[in-house]
Ligand binder design. Structure first.
Ligand code: NDP
Length: 444
């Protein structure tokens, strides 16, 4: 690694020594930027990299709420505005017991480059809490969201910072958050949060966008090898928002999804997962995947097992960070898997990614492959600003064009360094260059 990159990495390690996932995300990007640093000496002269690795602002706050028995609980809330060179901070909120400042910082850092790749005018941010919505009543989730927003509303706005959903934050949570923002500010400012229900100013196709986008990206990668998704056998990890709509689009394009999972285990169904059952279990009843065989009347539940040992042509990690490790990659390669498209953020460990690249497996990194969600959030902001409401088909058409353009950008930028199939290199360089140019012009 070049001396400047090393220096920056050392500073970042010193400042964030207790945040391994953030350091992993920074190393992943810096490790690919050497050719850019060599070709653009002003990156070092203006110290653009160190600036990009230090958040512009970080907020930590206490969230106090009462459960249905009146017992008082204390959680921690976070919001990081990482980079506003391209526009207002934009990125979701994650509610999960594993959340801490390092997780939010990693997600916000990824978001800078992802948002840049969409070509829209949105900066990078992220937030969340260690609150666990699982097993809570609607009233408890509402009281938590209201308490969370009581602090957060001071710091967000349609021109400042625009949150959305992520793990544990779906339409229900967004509704409570937006409803409380409206009460606190006495303003129906719909552009302040995205992922809203269509009835309260949300965009059609937002809930589908991340999963659909990851599949559209896979379709583009396969097209480079003159192949299609039709007839492909696929596995998808997770069974939340991203996973469900990845499965739906794969089914529509003629692929068969034979396995999916949640944090308790996975379901294998040779003739194809019954998506209606998954949607009923997860979107309506909020139940565990272990109930799939009894509800669907078919399939096998595999407690504590991931999906990666199931033979497949294409794999879509859509659950969480570092869920696909080296040994999982070895299984996939042994079984002749030819494509990975990351619906989740950083789901593959660096060792797994290296193995995929070594073995010529097409690898679509999350920054590019899952950018469809934030892209449609950007379109939601655009519709809210213009008091418009576009049809499902119109939004989906925009989404497909954006995913195609991200794919093209990745190949073009990686192609400049003679590695057009290296989507990781292309995504990092293309994402970085647009933010670097904007930061330079801002002069801060
Ligand atoms: P959901 O909460 O809807 O679903 C998450 C799924 O992943 C669930 O099946 C959950 O299982 C599983 N999961 C979560 N944490 C873990 C864990 N620690 N170990 C194993 N499984 C786990 O979240 P989303 O679908 O919205 O998000 C999934 C991924 O996609 C995340 O990485 C997110 O950052 C990323 N993403 C999401 C976008 C969006 O628009 N929603 C946009 C871009 C990226 P269980 O229910 O058992 O916890």
């Amino acid at each position: 690694m070049n001396a400047y990159l090393n220096r920056v990495l050392e500073v970042v390690k010193k400042r964030n020594h207790s945040e391994p996932v953030f350091l992993q995300a920074v190393s992943e990007v810096l490790n690919t930027l050497e050719p850019v640093i060599n070709a653009h000496p002003d990156v070092e002269e203006l110290n653009l990299l160190e600036r990009m690795c230090e958040p512009e602002r970080q907020l930590i706050f206490r969230v106090v709420w009462a459960d249905d028995q009146g017992k008082v609980h204390v959680n921690r809330g976070f919001r990081i505005g990482f980079n506003s060179s391209l526009g207002p901070y934009k990125g979701g909120l994650r509610f999960h017991p594993s959340v801490n400042i390092g997780i939010i910082k990693f997600l916000a850092f990824e978001q800078i480059f992802k948002n840049s790749l969409t070509g829209l005018l949105i900066g990078g941010g992220k937030g969340g809490s260690d609150f666990d919505p699982k097993g809570k009543s609607d009233a408890e989730v509402m009281r938590f969201c209201q308490s969370f927003m009581t602090e957060l509303h001071h710091h967000i706005g349609d021109r400042t910072d625009v949150p959305a959903g992520d793990i544990g934050v779906g339409a229900r949570e967004i509704g409570y958050l937006f409803g409380h923002y409206k009460r606190l500010t006495q303003r129906f400012e719909s552009g302040v949060i995205t992922g809203k229900d269509v009835g309260m100013g949300g965009s059609m196709a937002r809930k589908e966008a991340t999963g659909y986008g990851a599949v559209y990206f896979a379709r583009e990668m396969l097209a480079e090898r003159e192949e299609t998704l039709g007839g492909k056998r696929c596995v998808v990890s997770g069974s939340g928002n991203v996973a469900i709509y990845a499965i739906q689009k794969l089914n529509q394009l003629g692929a068969t999804v034979v396995a999916c999972s949640d944090s308790g285990g996975s379901v294998f169904d040779e003739n194809g997962i019954d998506l209606d059952v998954i949607k009923w279990l997860k979107e309506i009843e909020r139940k565990r995947l272990s109930e799939y065989p009894s509800v669907a009347g078919k399939g096998e539940y595999r407690p504590d097992q991931k999906v990666w040992d199931v033979s497949c042509d294409c794999a879509f990690p859509c659950a969480t960070q570092n869920e696909l490790e080296k040994e999982d990659a070895e299984f996939l390669i042994k079984n002749d898997c030819q494509l990975i498209s990351e619906g989740a953020n950083m789901p593959c460990t660096p060792e797994a990614v290296e193995l995929f690249k070594e073995h010529g497996v097409l690898f679509g990194p999350g920054k590019a492959a899952n950018a469809g969600g934030v892209a449609v959030s950007g379109l939601e902001m655009q519709q809210n600003a213009g008091l418009e409401s576009w049809s499902f088909e119109e939004v989906d058409k925009h989404l497909q064009l954006i995913m195609k353009s991200i794919h093209t950008k990745c190949r073009e930028f990686a192609g400049c360094y003679d590695q057009p199939d290296n989507y990781q290199l292309g995504a990092n360089i293309a994402g970085f260059m647009r933010v670097a140019e904007a930061t330079k012009r801002h002069g801060h």
